[in-house]
Design a binder for this molecule. Structure first.
Ligand code: SAM
Length: 266
């Protein structure tokens, strides 16, 4: 894998990358919700923030191939529920088309057929009379045209009822169906936050892997993450044996952690 891990402000670094040099972007920018990053100040006016998002997204568009996919992860705070939608409106005004909306479910409770309740995943409980615990974030799938083909079954799940495989012609006899737009992806359980996740806002490696599978270009994929953090997307790229990965991060310590994570990967 060609690997470029670049220290700097993505607004300055992205213009140095060739146009059309990446076919997949998976990223999670700061959310302007006052998160305590080491270097980046996560508080600005909403208008300034949205303007900044449009600037880096225009560069993402330039760097992306015509049939490329841009998976943008954004969450909200209970007191700031419109935030993801405001970012989405800013990015779809002139730059991108919203092709799919995914819900990254971090925690869920389901009732089994026998009536048992099972809870899975993790969430940060909030103490509030008016807001419920926030157990999901968005992953907006943005493209240049709105009609980029995806490998739905590459990211699919087995049929619950196997008789559907023979019943429906479109299965082609395969025990795989499209997973849909709800992705239950829990954070990995950790014992020490400082040692194992020394960053206030990461996404799971499995979230990126899911985007790569859906993108459907396999090992040929050239993946970019302009807000690398501690390198979860780079870990996904290495684990999946992708051809090329570029990551950009403002903070030298987070970038160093990303490099360490990659070195310790078998
Ligand atoms: C939400 S976090 C991304 C975390 C990452 N997905 C992970 O799993 O580790 C956003 C990251 O963007 C970085 N950042 C903020 N402004 C930046 C900029 N202008 N250029 C590059 N990175 C920036 C922050 O330091 C932070 O690590």
């Amino acid at each position: 894998m060609t690997l470029h891990l670049l220290l700097g402000d993505c607004l300055q670094v992205l213009p140095t990358l060739p146009a059309g040099s990446h076919d997949l972007v998976v990223t999670s920018p700061p959310y302007n919700l006052g998160i305590a990053y080491r270097t980046y100040d996560d508080r600005s006016s909403r208008a300034e923030f949205l303007d900044w998002c449009q600037q880096w997204a225009a560069e993402v568009k330039r760097v992306l191939t015509p049939d490329g996919s841009f998976f943008l992860n954004v969450g909200a705070a209970p007191s700031n529920p419109l935030f993801p939608h405001q970012v989405l409106l800013a990015l779809t005004d002139e730059l991108f088309v919203l092709q799919n909306t995914f819900h990254w479910i971090k925690s869920i409770t389901v009732q089994t057929r026998s009536g048992e309740s099972i809870s899975a995943g993790h969430f940060k409980p909030i103490n509030s009379k008016r807001y419920v615990n926030d157990c999901h974030e968005y992953v907006f799938h943005l493209t240049k045209t709105g009609d980029v083909p995806l490998d739905r079954r590459g990211a699919g799940v087995p049929y619950q009822d196997k008789s559907n495989i023979a019943r429906w012609g479109h299965t082609g006899g395969q025990d795989l169906r499209c997973r849909g737009n709800t992705w239950f992806i829990p954070y990995e359980t950790i014992n020490s936050r400082d040692k194992e996740r020394p960053h206030p806002a990461t996404f799971p490696v499995a979230l990126v892997e899911q985007c790569v599978r859906l993108h459907g270009k396999g090992e040929e994929t050239r993946l970019l993450d302009p807000f690398l953090g501690i390198g979860s997307s780079a870990v996904a790229a290495k684990r999946m044996g992708l051809a090329h990965f570029t990551g950009i991060e403002l903070d030298d310590h987070y970038l160093a952690v990303a490099k360490e994570r990659l070195e310790t990967l078998l």
